[in-house]
Design a protein around this ligand. Structure first.
Ligand code: PMP
Length: 431
């Protein structure tokens, strides 16, 4: 039988760099042929060979209701009939803003954009505009989109400014980006002691999903908040992945339940809030948000911002999430997946651990959950790749790289989880 995925990949590579429109899709880390998706429904998608997969990526997070949820589909179809894009304000943008402000505790105002990259980049410009400062703090292993100033890794030594991780980013563009180790209190203290008065914002993935799944510890998050407040820097939560994914109150709601009175100053959202359509947002306190154009001097704009079809999709998705018991069921199922995989691995004598919050999870071929990027990257990559392909052959689609988180949707059934664990048992036995 001809492999249509392979045929399509070859064709794509002649026209699209690497055959893909976003690098991780190319399977470079795990090797092999990317699956070209034909269609998807519920917890599954079908590739170009009509092979079915249980989908634990869900478009890298947005598809929290699974694919083709009837209520969302209906809302999108209706919106499409009314018009694709106007470049003028609509009522649905207000409704979506109302929902976000209601659900995400720290938000007073939001602006809608089309991608997480755009939202993160705009949040940083606003933080710099609001504080009149230049420097930003980020953490190794956190991804905030591909804006130039954020494509940076730590320099050598403690609390130094970073080096670009991409060609085409001039060193001057990242010279104000300080890159620290995640969960490292000492580096955090040192950075603020030396540069505090110049720091516009500290941007963090509160539960990092771009180095697999790593939580910021409570003492670390507490100190991030205190130091930002003491030094007049804004604490920016990048909740593009965690927003409405780890719980209705997002990661900030989770940390507020552990740290009394906890709130970030600004929040960046994406993925789930658009339900699979290009939609993202950034927001925060009124006084800061009103510095944006047209009211203030910080410029930001977008032809497709607040797109009417995307807002319809996002609103319909947010409505479903608020039904009683939604996150309880999602969390329980995700926990069952992680527990099942862990038990299966241990049964085969393989070091393994995992963690989850709401519908987001990660797992590692190691005994203890890692606390930072360097530890994550000590994972046995060859073993991960063999596991990955074993699961893929058995119709289970995990993220094709060991530094990515996974996602469970409300469409995943107990039977899907059991089938996944059964497949993993077979694969672990061969590792
Ligand atoms: N921030 C985080 C935490 C993300 O996970 C991502 C995307 N994976 C982004 C920002 C960038 O979002 P987008 O891909 O929509 O530009």
């Amino acid at each position: 039988m001809t492999d249509r995925n392979q045929t399509l990949f070859e064709r794509a590579k002649t026209l699209i760099p690497g055959g893909v429109n976003s690098p991780v899709r190319a399977f470079k880390a795990v090797g092999g042929t990317p699956r070209f998706v034909q269609r998807a429904q519920g917890a599954y998608f079908w590739d170009a060979n009509e092979q079915r997969y249980i989908d634990y990526i869900g478009s890298w997070g947005p598809m929290i209701l699974g694919h083709g949820h009837p209520a969302v589909l209906e809302a999108v179809q209706q919106a499409a009939l009314e018009g694709f894009s106007f470049g003028a304000p609509t009522e649905r943008e207000i409704e979506l803003a109302e929902e976000l402000v209601k659900l995400v505790p720290s938000l007073e105002m939001v602006r809608l954009v089309s991608s997480g990259t755009e939202a993160g980049m705009s949040a940083i410009r606003l933080a710099r505009g609001a504080t009149g400062r230049k420097k930003i703090i980020k953490f190794e292993g956190c991804y905030h989109g591909h804006a130039d100033a954020l494509l940076v890794k730590a320099g050598s030594g403690l609390a130094t400014f970073g080096n670009p991780t991409s060609a085409g980013v001039p060193p001057e563009v990242v010279q104000d980006t300080l890159v620290l180790e995640y969960n490292n209190l000492e580096q955090l203290e040192a950075a603020f002691a030396e540069h505090g008065a110049a720091v516009a914002c500290l941007m963090i993935e509160p539960i990092a999903g771009n180095m697999n799944f790593v939580r910021a510890s409570v003492p670390f998050m507490t100190r991030c908040r205190e130091l930002c407040s003491q030094h007049g820097a804004l604490l920016v939560f990048d909740e593009v992945m965690t927003g409405l994914r780890v719980g209705l109150g997002s990661a900030q709601g989770h940390y507020a339940s552990l740290i009394p009175g906890f709130e970030p100053d600004m929040t960046v959202l994406g993925k789930v809030i658009g339900g699979g359509m290009p939609l993202a947002a950034f927001g925060g306190k009124r006084a800061v948000m009103e510095l944006l154009a047209p009211l203030g001097a910080v410029y930001q704009a977008g032809t497709l911002s607040g797109n009417p079809v995307a807002t319809a999709c996002g609103l319909a998705t947010l409505r479903e999430l608020q039904k009683p018991g939604f996150y309880e069921a999602l969390s329980a199922r995700t926990q069952r997946l992680v527990a099942g995989l862990t038990e299966a691995a241990h049964g085969a004598g393989i070091p393994f651990c995992g963690d989850s919050q709401g519908g987001m999870f990660g797992f590692f071929f190691m005994d203890q959950l890692p606390q930072n990027y360097a530890r994550v990257m000590t994972t046995d990559g060859a073993r991960f790749n063999r596991f990955y392909h074993g699961m893929l052959e058995r119709g289970v689609y995990f993220a094709p790289a060991l530094y990515e988180a996974g996602f469970v949707s409300s469409a995943h059934s107990d039977a899907d989880i059991e089938a996944t664990v059964a497949a993993a048992r077979e694969v672990f036995a061969q590792l």
